[in-house]
Design a protein around this ligand. Sequence first.
Ligand SMILES: [Zn+2]
Length: 343
Amino acid sequence: VSQLQASASPITLERSFSFYLQKPDEAGLRECAKSADATVVRGANGPQLVTAIRRGGWDGAVLFDRAGYETDRPLLEPAKWFDSQREAGADRVLTPGRFVEWTGSPDAFDALARIELELAASQPDATAMLAIDYRWLSKGLYGALPVLRGAEVPVALVLAATGDPLSHPQAVDGLIAMTTSIPTLSLLRSDHGAIGAVAFGAAHGSIGLRATYRHFVQPGSRASAIPNDRTPRVFVRQLMDWFSGSNIAGWATARIPMPCNCSCCNGAPLHRFLDERLMLEADEHNRAVLAGVANHVFNAPDEDRRRLFGRLCKDAIDNYGPMGKLSMVTKPKRQLEQWALVV
Ligand SMILES: [Zn+2]
């Protein structure tokens, strides 16, 4: 019996979500697998780790992001990468990954993407992994969409931008144009927009547990970050977005109840995440809340799924505004406003 065979019918090609683990880490993997359909593990050593854990009987669904798009040096032996993923029982194998920078030229998109698409097509079961500049969703959709729609293999996308790729005008619309016309599309290394993508027809969405792994920042640009704020980033369901613990601790409004009823918090208040030491507990809260949102949306009938996700975003927007102190007003991000508008 050949061990070098990925799953015959990948569960990650049917409406599903995962958490995106930024590095191979056994404890993190086991935690992520509890509350999601699968886990995506980033890095070259992911397959080794999973192969070892499987010897102990662990049977979770896994995808491996080699993150080849992070470097401009192509992987010399992609065949080895495919084999190691299969040995590790990948749900499906991914190509090493390539970054398609913004040029505005459809021909340039086609030329770069095609290298990865053809590499995937050389395998019986591979998905092409592409990181694309967010402008291919907004200004350059007319160039990118036909190439990906015409692909004969599934495609997994990572969106590249210095900040939130989906906050740019037309970016959500462009993503929806892709998810509704390419049913095998996956969105990896994303934020909660991954749930929106699946609600709008994508096969799989993967949500990063760390802000730097909720999109890709291309080499040479600087990621945006909150200076000097090391408190955990916490997903707040009532606002459908991420906030730092120190930010939350400053709120004094009845619109956002501080006791959280998720399976991690059990009624404990969200403002406790002011404590920098609660990083792993914040991860657990984030996974519980995001899995709750994903399951709520995905389990709805086909015709309701988009409306449900849009409704969550619309209701969230009503919860923004003054946060109980004169000087503090929280405004919805552009991504949230776009999702609320598309329904
Ligand atoms: Zn919670």
